[in-house]
Design a binder for this molecule. Structure first.
Ligand code: DAT
Ligand code: MG
Length: 176
């Protein structure tokens, strides 16, 4: 049988949204986390610090809205327990999702590999919140949904997804 090793069957160029959550920022872990991701040789194509609104938080975690931990999860990502800042990054490259999520570790920090980011720096609070330091997209479809939620096209250095131009009347804030 002919061996099929075309790069497309095993490799896919993907994007992955990474969020360094408010506990990661308060604990000054940004540098460590980005250094760890640099081992993947993926490239960063977008990054910004975001003050997360309730609307953004609820949309990001919409698939978990029926969970009993949902309200606490929303408070956590909005920064109620740490700082009202999240660092959002878009990583791009071959098998980006798998590579990023391996470094991130399992969802529950107590079960995550000790050397993973969540295993090293995460904790479960007495309220049962998984303070797991980072978010990473789970699959290409979710990555696309999340990246489009967190970033506008012009905030990324590559036009990763199709765009369209629309004329809109809006007020733009300038420096005075
Ligand atoms: P992941 O972030 O590993 O993709 P997920 O999408 O299932 O995991 O959940 C999103 C976040 O919700 C997760 O980072 C932490 C929180 N969470 C998930 N399951 C939880 C649970 N059983 N108890 C408390 N928080 C939970
Ligand atoms: Mg998830």
């Amino acid at each position: 049988m002919q061996e099929r090793r075309s790069s497309s069957s095993t490799m896919a160029v993907e994007q992955c949204l990474v969020l360094i959550k408010p506990d990661g920022l308060v604990k000054s872990l940004t540098g460590d986390i980005i250094s760890k991701f640099s081992e993947t040789e993926l490239i960063i194509v977008g990054s910004k610090v975001v003050q997360v609104t309730r609307e953004l938080a609820e949309e990001h975690y919409h698939h978990l809205r029926e969970e009993k931990f949902f309200d606490e999860l929303i408070k956590y990502i909005m920064g109620e327990y740490h700082t009202k800042r999240v660092l959002a990054l878009v990583y791009h490259g071959e098998n980006a999702i798998k590579k990023v999520r391996k470094i991130v570790g399992l969802t529950n920090p107590e079960l995550a590999e000790p050397t993973s980011i969540r295993g090293k720096y995460g904790r479960v609070t007495s309220k049962g919140v998984f303070e797991n330091v980072v978010h990473a997209s789970e699959n290409p479809k979710e990555a696309e949904r999340e990246i489009k939620l967190w970033f506008r096209p012009e905030e990324l250095v590559y036009t990763i997804y199709p765009t369209e131009a629309k004329n809109v009347a809006r007020t733009i804030i300038f420096w005075k």
